[in-house]
Every structure is written in C-alpha cells, then in structure tokens.
Design a binder for this molecule. Structure first.
Ligand code: GLA
Length: 337
C-alpha cells in the first residue's frame, strides 16, 4: 500500500520578535528540523502515535469525528482543534506516526510545525498565507495562546536557503538571501515557563499603547511621550525599535556588513530583556557568552522568550557549547513513499 509522508519544518526567528500581533516586521527562517507524519488513509478512524508523546485515537460517529474528552496525551488538543477547524470528514481519517526532530517549547515553533503537518495530513489543500492562517487559529484553539502569525507564515511560505521578511500589516512576504559566509546556530537554554499568560499580557499592553497613540507600526519614538504608563511605554518602545532593527539587519546582510547585523541582534536582545521583559537569566548568560566568543557577530533570544533558544550569527568554524547549526529549509512537503 502507498503511504504518504508530510514534513513541516520549524523556524528560527533571526530578528523581529513580539512585532507580529501589532502589524510589524520580522525575519524568520524555516529550519531543517521539523515534524514528520507518515500515514495511510483510513476512513472512519484517526489513529496517530507520537514518538514520545503518546497515541491519539478517534473514531467517527454518525458521519463526524467527535472529539472525546477522554483523550489523554496533551498533544491530542492539536488533533481535536484540527478536526474542528478543518471539519475533517470521515473519509479523511488516517492511521500513522508523528515524529519530531525539534526540541519542544524551545522557541523553534514545534507547535506550528505540528499544526501545519496535521493540516496537510488531515486533507487540507490550503497553502501559503491561507494555510498559515488556519494553523494560527488551530494554535489558539489548542493552547489558548493569542499568538500572531509569525511561526505559521515563516513555515508555510519558506524557501530553502533564504530567510523570509514578513510584513504583518499587509501579510506579505519577501525571501531574503543569506550571505554564504555565515553560520546560524542555536543553543537551548531550557524549556519555556509560564509563557501563556505572560504572552497574552504583553499583547494586551501593546494594544493598550495602540489605543493611546495609534498603530505602533507607524508610531515614532516621539509618540512615546503620549504614553503615561511607564510599562506600556517600554513595551511600545520595544516594538517601534524592533521594527527598525529588522530593516537595519536586512540592510546589513545585503551589504555583507555582518558586524552591523550582529549589533542589531544584540540590540534586539537588550530590548526584549529590558523593555519587553521576556528574557531569562539563562538566556542572558548564553547571549553574553556567545558575544564574548571570537567569531560571533551577534546573538539574541528567539521566539516568545521566557526560556527557549538563543540564536547566534557566527563565522564558519565557531563552536558554541551545546549549539546546533541550523540550515535554512523549504516550506512543508507532502509526498507518497
Ligand atoms: C511566539 C508566537 C508568535 C510571535 C512570537 C514572538 O512564537 O507564536 O506569534 O508572537 O512568539 O515574536
């Protein structure tokens, strides 16, 4: 019997964090690590065994897959959300296995990678921004986190060998060439903690700022004087300066000025630490150590923060402790095997 294999990469965000849900800019890159689902079609049944997260089994009743609260593994909430959002019909039932090479909760979008792989395995024909939109809604339904579209767009629209400039005001993407003479490395500081409520509160604080001074995408540093709440002001300052840094970073890459690119990454980390307050001592330590290492241009936390990975831009041959060297990957694939 022919089996089908879908693969969805994870992503590393090179620069531009906590900008997506306020119409800002980001420069992520899909990576060679990701989620694979190998399956056979099996009408009336969904049976997925995850390598280390347990098995999810559902049968169709009266022509629909009715989610059962008895489903044990936590990752089953992604399957249930996918069934509900995609309105998966019994003919699209599958039996298969789910494996991932991504560290979980490490800021490399293991959940967005799973969401996109599930959408494709469960019969969605969407691609690009539309697929990203479905997967983003799936994330909120499954986890309750009011995330933006960074992770899902980064994965769904990726081109191998390139990073992707995303403009969240228009949902447009532009592939950005990476200089061949750099390495991108990540080091995991440990799993994220308490990110859900803290993430939602950061998002609310940005919205509060926008209620006072208008869209942060258009706001300038002068506009910050219109904000009286000092915490909200710091959050807004991060977003305004981070959007600027995304453009500076891309300019620096374009002119092969890797020192300037590294400086933008470091400034981004400082802003995420001091103004957005999403770093941790472990991440700060990793960034400091990396930046004191010969051949490292710059480093920053990547993703939501509160733990997870640091990303560093380095010369070839630089070996950071516990680092994984990251290759840029293409978007999701689906093929018969
Ligand atoms: C998480 C969210 C994204 C984005 C980043 C921070 O990865 O899922 O939408 O907000 O955090 O940039």
């Amino acid at each position: 019997m022919t089996r089908t294999q879908v693969f969805a990469p994870g992503r590393v965000n090179l620069i531009g964090d906590h900008t997506d849900y306020v119409g800002g800019l980001a420069l992520p890159m899909a990576i060679h690590l990701g989620t694979t689902i190998v399956f056979d079609r099996s009408p009336g049944r969904i049976d997925l065994d995850s390598d280390h997260h347990g098995r999810v089994e559902l049968t169709a009743n009266n022509g629909i897959f009715a989610p059962s609260s008895a489903l044990k593994p936590t990752w089953s909430r992604f399957v249930i959300a996918a069934i509900e959002l995609l309105k998966v019909s019994p003919e699209n039932g599958i039996v298969g296995t789910v494996t991932t090479t991504l560290p979980i909760a490490a800021g490399l979008s293991s959940s967005a990678s799973l969401e996109i792989a599930l959408c494709l395995a469960l019969g969605s024909e969407a691609s690009g921004i539309r697929l990203a939109g479905i997967a983003r809604d799936l994330e909120e339904a499954a986890t309750g986190v009011p995330c933006g579209m960074l992770d899902q767009i980064a994965i769904a629209t990726a081109q191998a060998g390139k990073a992707t400039l995303i403009d969240f005001a228009t949902l447009s993407v532009e592939p950005i060439e990476l200089p061949p003479e750099v390495l991108i490395q990540i080091v995991n500081s440990g799993p994220r903690q308490l990110e859900n409520s803290a993430y939602a509160s950061r998002r609310r604080q940005c919205e509060e700022a926008e209620n006072e001074i208008g869209p942060l995408r258009k706001a300038t540093m002068d506009d910050l004087s219109g904000l009286t709440n000092q915490m909200v002001k710091r959050r807004a300052k991060h977003v305004i300066t981070e959007n600027q840094r995304v453009l500076e970073f891309i300019d620096a890459l374009g002119s092969h000025d890797l020192r300037a690119a590294g400086a933008a990454m470091l400034a981004s980390h400082k802003s995420l630490k001091d103004d957005f307050e999403v770093s941790t001592p472990a991440l700060d330590q990793l960034v400091e150590t990396a930046c004191n290492t010969k051949g490292v241009y710059g480093a920053r936390l990547t993703g939501a923060g509160f733990g997870g990975c640091m990303v560093a831009l380095t010369e070839p041959g630089v070996e950071l402790r516990n680092a994984i060297q990251i290759e840029s990957a293409q978007g999701p694939t689906k093929r018969m095997i």
